[in-house]
Design a binder for this molecule. Structure first.
Ligand code: UDP
Ligand code: MG
Length: 346
């Protein structure tokens, strides 16, 4: 495969402390690869610190820096998806902004592409500088997914990965709201491989994945790739139905054959509580799926953008097949409308 342009997709949420260093590392790295053109696609995920100004300054002096600014925080996975929509490269590298993922791994990634691979997952050999809580929740996360999700996952692989243009085209077509990209990329197929790296600690700032977000992420991982929870519910309900049937027969025999009055009260209460709580549990699981269906049929845009830098009008065409995303920037909204109209008249 021939590579002429390489895109780095960098989601940023309140990363003002790490961005100058990140940019420096990226620039000095890419200076060594004179055969390729580069594009640094920063997605500002509704940051409230000075991330926006910093990115604008980079973009002013360096045309390789291209920025999308979300109007609000949409989350890391959606930020990455926007990156996927707007990337122009033949090889795309998704990387965190906090320098936990060394951009220098690019060399190995390129080698793997030349060997014929299309998806190159970067796997953490170790995770230095992370709190025991983060390590524990990460372990719990992988345990949970292994147990409950049907989608195969590569352990200790986050969202640091490289992929080729054909994979990008496929990734763009997956428009689910609750994304779990590390599962999706395994699902896409093509030729995949894993390379290992040592994960550094965060260059500055704190994690933007607090426990609450991790729990939400793990739920997405299970529900997106499996109907197992629903099947478990069906199994439990069936089992309980059988048990209650046996209990019914027992009560009838006791009443009509042996004429013993059943003291009953305790067992009644126990049964009512058991069944009521189980019913609630079943409803909650089914509700989780129904909720997703509801959100999906609402068909809201995955994200909306309040400002861009160094993004040309043509780039908007990348997202036109899905017509879901909104760019609220006066100079490109017209072009987007044209694209939409063109499509609808086809
Ligand atoms: N991030 C984002 N939106 C969010 C949360 C995180 O764009 O709502 C970005 C963040 O700026 C970073 C990357 O996603 O570049 C990974 O986040 P973080 O380093 O906080 O996660 P961790 O490494 O602790 O799992
Ligand atoms: Mg990090």
């Amino acid at each position: 495969m021939k590579i002429s342009t390489i895109t780095f997709i960098i989601p940023c949420f309140n990363e003002s402390e790490t961005l100058p260093e990140m940019y420096k590392r990226l620039s000095s790295l890419t200076d060594k690869f004179t055969n390729f053109q580069f594009e640094f696609l920063f997605i500002n995920d509704g940051s409230s610190d000075s991330t926006e100004e910093i990115l604008k300054n980079f973009a002013k002096s360096d045309k390789r820096v291209r920025c999308l600014h979300f109007a609000k925080n949409h989350g890391h996975q959606i930020a990455l998806s926007a990156g996927i929509d707007f990337a122009n490269g033949d090889l795309i590298v998704a990387i965190d902004a906090d320098l936990q993922d060394p951009p220098e791994l690019l060399k190995e990634m390129i080698d793997k592409v030349y060997e014929g691979y299309d998806v190159i997952h970067a796997q953490r050999r170790n995770r230095s500088g992370e709190t025991w809580f983060k390590l524990f929740t990460a372990k719990l996360f992988y345990w949970f997914i292994k147990r409950f999700s049907t989608q195969e996952l590569i352990e200790n692989c986050g969202d640091f990965r490289a992929f080729t243009r054909p994979v990008l085209e496929v990734a763009r077509r997956f428009r689910e709201r609750h994304k779990f990209l590390r599962g999706n990329f395994v699902l896409y197929g093509f030729r995949q491989c894993v390379i290992q790296y040592d994960r550094d600690s965060r260059f500055a700032g704190t994690t933007k994945y607090p426990f609450k977000k991790m729990v939400r992420f793990a739920t997405d991982a299970v529900i997106n790739f499996s109907t197992l929870p629903i099947r478990i519910v069906i199994f439990i309900s069936f089992l309980l139905l059988m048990l209650s049937f046996v209990y019914l027969i027992r009560s009838l025999i006791l009443h009509f054959v042996f004429h013993v009055t059943i003291p009953g009260w305790t067992s009644l209460i126990v049964l009512i509580t058991l069944f009521a709580s189980l019913q609630l549990f079943c409803f909650a699981i089914i509700g989780a799926y129904v909720g997703r269906i509801y959100e999906q049929v609402q068909n809201r845009p995955l994200y909306w953008i309040k400002d861009v830098q160094n993004i040309s009008l043509d780039d908007a065409s990348a997202i036109s097949p899905c017509i879901q995303e909104i760019i609220i920037s006066r100079n490109i909204v017209n072009s987007k409308c044209n694209i939409v109209n063109e499509e609808s008249t086809k």
